[in-house]
Design a protein around this ligand. Structure first.
Ligand code: 5GP
Length: 188
Protein backbone atom coordinates (compact mmCIF):
# COMPACT_ATOMS: atom_id res chain seq x y z
CA UNK A 1 0.00 0.00 0.00
CA UNK A 2 1.14 3.54 -0.75
CA UNK A 3 2.37 5.70 2.13
CA UNK A 4 -0.32 8.26 2.93
CA UNK A 5 0.54 11.81 1.86
CA UNK A 6 0.99 14.71 4.25
CA UNK A 7 -0.97 17.92 4.59
CA UNK A 8 0.91 21.18 4.28
CA UNK A 9 -0.97 24.11 5.78
CA UNK A 10 0.19 27.35 4.17
CA UNK A 11 -1.25 30.39 5.91
CA UNK A 12 -0.55 34.11 5.99
CA UNK A 13 -2.52 37.34 5.87
CA UNK A 14 -4.33 38.47 2.75
CA UNK A 15 -1.92 40.43 0.56
CA UNK A 16 1.27 38.82 1.93
CA UNK A 17 1.98 37.09 -1.41
CA UNK A 18 1.02 33.44 -0.71
CA UNK A 19 -0.11 32.94 -4.29
CA UNK A 20 3.13 34.33 -5.79
CA UNK A 21 5.35 32.31 -3.46
CA UNK A 22 3.28 29.14 -3.93
CA UNK A 23 3.74 29.30 -7.70
CA UNK A 24 7.52 29.16 -7.15
CA UNK A 25 7.54 25.81 -5.34
CA UNK A 26 4.28 23.96 -6.09
CA UNK A 27 5.61 22.35 -9.27
CA UNK A 28 8.84 21.08 -7.71
CA UNK A 29 8.56 17.38 -8.66
CA UNK A 30 10.56 16.16 -5.66
CA UNK A 31 7.69 16.88 -3.28
CA UNK A 32 4.73 15.36 -5.15
CA UNK A 33 2.57 18.32 -4.20
CA UNK A 34 -1.08 18.73 -4.97
CA UNK A 35 -2.84 22.05 -4.44
CA UNK A 36 -6.21 21.69 -2.73
CA UNK A 37 -8.71 23.85 -4.62
CA UNK A 38 -10.98 25.55 -2.13
CA UNK A 39 -14.59 26.46 -2.62
CA UNK A 40 -15.73 30.04 -2.12
CA UNK A 41 -18.81 32.19 -2.48
CA UNK A 42 -16.82 35.32 -3.24
CA UNK A 43 -17.11 36.75 -6.75
CA UNK A 44 -14.54 35.64 -9.28
CA UNK A 45 -11.72 38.15 -9.88
CA UNK A 46 -10.51 39.06 -13.33
CA UNK A 47 -8.38 36.22 -14.68
CA UNK A 48 -9.56 33.62 -12.16
CA UNK A 49 -10.95 30.33 -13.43
CA UNK A 50 -13.58 28.09 -11.90
CA UNK A 51 -12.01 24.77 -10.89
CA UNK A 52 -8.48 26.20 -11.05
CA UNK A 53 -8.27 29.06 -8.54
CA UNK A 54 -11.42 28.08 -6.64
CA UNK A 55 -14.66 26.22 -7.05
CA UNK A 56 -16.85 29.31 -7.29
CA UNK A 57 -20.21 28.53 -5.68
CA UNK A 58 -23.28 30.61 -4.95
CA UNK A 59 -23.94 31.28 -1.28
CA UNK A 60 -26.89 28.84 -1.46
CA UNK A 61 -24.80 26.07 -3.03
CA UNK A 62 -22.04 26.60 -0.47
CA UNK A 63 -24.60 26.25 2.32
CA UNK A 64 -25.85 23.02 0.73
CA UNK A 65 -22.28 21.65 0.75
CA UNK A 66 -22.01 22.58 4.44
CA UNK A 67 -25.23 20.68 5.20
CA UNK A 68 -23.95 17.68 3.27
CA UNK A 69 -20.74 17.71 5.34
CA UNK A 70 -18.56 18.21 2.30
CA UNK A 71 -15.93 20.34 4.04
CA UNK A 72 -12.93 19.50 6.17
CA UNK A 73 -13.21 23.10 7.37
CA UNK A 74 -15.04 26.22 6.27
CA UNK A 75 -15.13 29.83 7.45
CA UNK A 76 -16.75 33.16 6.72
CA UNK A 77 -13.91 35.50 5.81
CA UNK A 78 -14.76 39.12 5.08
CA UNK A 79 -18.45 38.31 4.35
CA UNK A 80 -17.80 35.35 2.05
CA UNK A 81 -17.63 31.61 2.57
CA UNK A 82 -14.38 29.72 2.01
CA UNK A 83 -13.86 26.01 2.59
CA UNK A 84 -11.66 22.99 1.95
CA UNK A 85 -13.59 20.14 0.31
CA UNK A 86 -12.93 16.86 2.10
CA UNK A 87 -13.43 14.53 -0.80
CA UNK A 88 -10.49 15.61 -2.99
CA UNK A 89 -8.18 15.94 -0.02
CA UNK A 90 -8.66 12.34 1.07
CA UNK A 91 -8.45 11.04 -2.45
CA UNK A 92 -5.02 12.62 -2.96
CA UNK A 93 -3.67 11.76 0.49
CA UNK A 94 -4.58 8.11 -0.12
CA UNK A 95 -2.70 8.21 -3.40
CA UNK A 96 0.39 9.33 -1.46
CA UNK A 97 0.31 12.92 -2.70
CA UNK A 98 1.24 15.76 -0.34
CA UNK A 99 -1.63 18.23 -0.29
CA UNK A 100 -1.07 21.95 0.12
CA UNK A 101 -3.87 23.96 1.73
CA UNK A 102 -3.55 27.71 1.25
CA UNK A 103 -6.04 28.94 3.85
CA UNK A 104 -6.60 31.60 6.49
CA UNK A 105 -5.93 31.23 10.21
CA UNK A 106 -9.26 30.00 11.62
CA UNK A 107 -9.51 27.22 9.04
CA UNK A 108 -5.83 26.40 9.55
CA UNK A 109 -6.41 25.91 13.27
CA UNK A 110 -9.25 23.47 12.57
CA UNK A 111 -7.05 21.47 10.18
CA UNK A 112 -4.14 21.38 12.63
CA UNK A 113 -6.46 20.05 15.35
CA UNK A 114 -7.67 17.27 13.09
CA UNK A 115 -4.26 16.54 11.55
CA UNK A 116 -1.61 17.32 14.19
CA UNK A 117 1.11 15.90 11.94
CA UNK A 118 0.44 18.50 9.22
CA UNK A 119 3.43 20.61 8.16
CA UNK A 120 2.50 24.18 9.10
CA UNK A 121 3.97 27.29 7.47
CA UNK A 122 3.02 30.91 8.14
CA UNK A 123 4.06 33.56 5.63
CA UNK A 124 4.62 36.97 7.21
CA UNK A 125 4.97 40.43 5.71
CA UNK A 126 8.08 42.41 6.72
CA UNK A 127 5.69 45.20 7.83
CA UNK A 128 1.89 45.65 7.99
CA UNK A 129 2.21 48.63 5.64
CA UNK A 130 3.51 46.20 2.96
CA UNK A 131 0.15 44.43 3.06
CA UNK A 132 -1.73 47.68 2.57
CA UNK A 133 0.52 48.52 -0.35
CA UNK A 134 0.04 45.15 -2.03
CA UNK A 135 -3.72 45.07 -1.50
CA UNK A 136 -4.08 48.59 -2.95
CA UNK A 137 -1.84 47.80 -5.91
CA UNK A 138 -3.67 44.62 -6.93
CA UNK A 139 -6.93 46.60 -7.16
CA UNK A 140 -9.14 43.58 -6.43
CA UNK A 141 -10.70 44.98 -3.25
CA UNK A 142 -12.22 48.35 -2.45
CA UNK A 143 -11.01 50.57 0.43
CA UNK A 144 -13.50 49.19 2.94
CA UNK A 145 -12.58 45.61 2.02
CA UNK A 146 -8.85 46.43 2.32
CA UNK A 147 -9.42 47.97 5.75
CA UNK A 148 -11.23 44.79 6.87
CA UNK A 149 -8.46 42.56 5.52
CA UNK A 150 -5.80 44.58 7.36
CA UNK A 151 -7.70 44.24 10.65
CA UNK A 152 -7.94 40.47 10.12
CA UNK A 153 -4.24 40.37 9.20
CA UNK A 154 -3.20 42.00 12.48
CA UNK A 155 -5.17 39.40 14.46
CA UNK A 156 -3.77 36.54 12.36
CA UNK A 157 -0.15 37.64 12.81
CA UNK A 158 -0.57 37.51 16.60
CA UNK A 159 -1.05 33.76 16.28
CA UNK A 160 1.91 33.04 14.02
CA UNK A 161 3.61 31.00 16.74
CA UNK A 162 1.03 28.23 16.33
CA UNK A 163 2.88 27.37 13.13
CA UNK A 164 6.03 25.27 13.14
CA UNK A 165 7.65 27.39 10.41
CA UNK A 166 7.46 31.14 9.91
CA UNK A 167 8.82 32.73 6.76
CA UNK A 168 9.12 36.50 6.28
CA UNK A 169 8.30 37.32 2.68
CA UNK A 170 10.88 39.99 1.84
CA UNK A 171 11.33 38.60 -1.63
CA UNK A 172 9.19 35.79 -3.12
CA UNK A 173 12.13 33.84 -4.61
CA UNK A 174 13.92 33.86 -1.25
CA UNK A 175 10.75 32.78 0.57
CA UNK A 176 10.20 29.95 -1.91
CA UNK A 177 13.80 28.80 -1.32
CA UNK A 178 13.20 28.73 2.43
CA UNK A 179 9.99 26.76 1.94
CA UNK A 180 11.76 24.28 -0.32
CA UNK A 181 14.27 23.66 2.48
CA UNK A 182 11.37 23.08 4.90
CA UNK A 183 9.73 20.64 2.49
CA UNK A 184 13.00 18.75 1.99
CA UNK A 185 13.27 18.31 5.72
CA UNK A 186 9.64 17.34 6.26
CA UNK A 187 8.80 15.30 3.18
CA UNK A 188 11.92 13.68 1.75
P1 5GP B 1 -8.99 35.60 -1.34
O1 5GP B 1 -10.37 36.18 -1.35
O2 5GP B 1 -7.95 36.70 -1.27
O3 5GP B 1 -8.75 34.63 -2.46
O4 5GP B 1 -8.83 34.76 -0.01
C1 5GP B 1 -9.07 35.32 1.25
C2 5GP B 1 -8.46 34.46 2.33
O5 5GP B 1 -9.14 33.21 2.39
C3 5GP B 1 -6.98 34.12 2.09
O6 5GP B 1 -6.27 34.29 3.31
C4 5GP B 1 -7.01 32.67 1.66
O7 5GP B 1 -5.83 31.98 2.02
C5 5GP B 1 -8.19 32.17 2.48
N1 5GP B 1 -8.77 30.91 1.96
C6 5GP B 1 -8.82 30.47 0.68
N2 5GP B 1 -9.41 29.28 0.62
C7 5GP B 1 -9.73 28.93 1.88
C8 5GP B 1 -10.34 27.76 2.48
O8 5GP B 1 -10.71 26.79 1.84
N3 5GP B 1 -10.48 27.78 3.82
C9 5GP B 1 -10.08 28.82 4.59
N4 5GP B 1 -10.25 28.71 5.90
N5 5GP B 1 -9.50 29.91 4.07
C10 5GP B 1 -9.33 29.97 2.74
Amino acid sequence: MKKRGKIIVFTGPSGVGKETVKKLFINDKRFNLRYSISATSRPKRKGELNGKNYHFLTKEKFEKWIKKNKFLEWVIFSNNYYGTPDHFLNKYLKKGENVLLEIELIGAKKVIKKYPDAVTIFLLPPKISDLEKRLSLRKTENEEEIRKRIEIAKAEIKEKDLFKYRVVNKEPKESAKEIIEILKKELL
